[in-house]
Design a protein around this ligand. Sequence first.
Ligand SMILES: [Zn+2]
Length: 147
Amino acid sequence: MVWASTNDMTDILWPIDAIQYRLIAGSITGAILGSFVTMLSYRMPRRLSIIWPSSHCPACKTRLRPRDLVPLLSFAARRGKCRYCGIFVGWRYFVIEIVLALAGAAAFVTFGFTLWLLIALALIVAGVTMIAILMERASDGMDKFCH
Ligand SMILES: [Zn+2]
């Protein structure tokens, strides 16, 4: 149908708002926010500064380089192991980044590039950070119970 081209025109005029761009932008933004959430949810309950020092391996303390900090890809490339000491850093990093990537994509598709999107992303970051802290606390409690 001729009228179908109206949507195509919209996509051409506003390519950044087409759904596939929202999905891509949303999952990338979400994954980046996800690595922020892993840092927040690790440092906040330990009363560590969230500004300093920069990210480092919790075991060998080696300062992580930018290539170690690419959300999801760094974890996948090293199968979750620290590049420097080989310790397995745990699934929480991967799971949190995946959850945030999916939630970010959903938020971008739902709200588009609006103020609501920023509000939704802020709520997602705060919510997942809280859940991650509570889950870690619960599993620590289980460890103490079991040993
Ligand atoms: Zn290490």
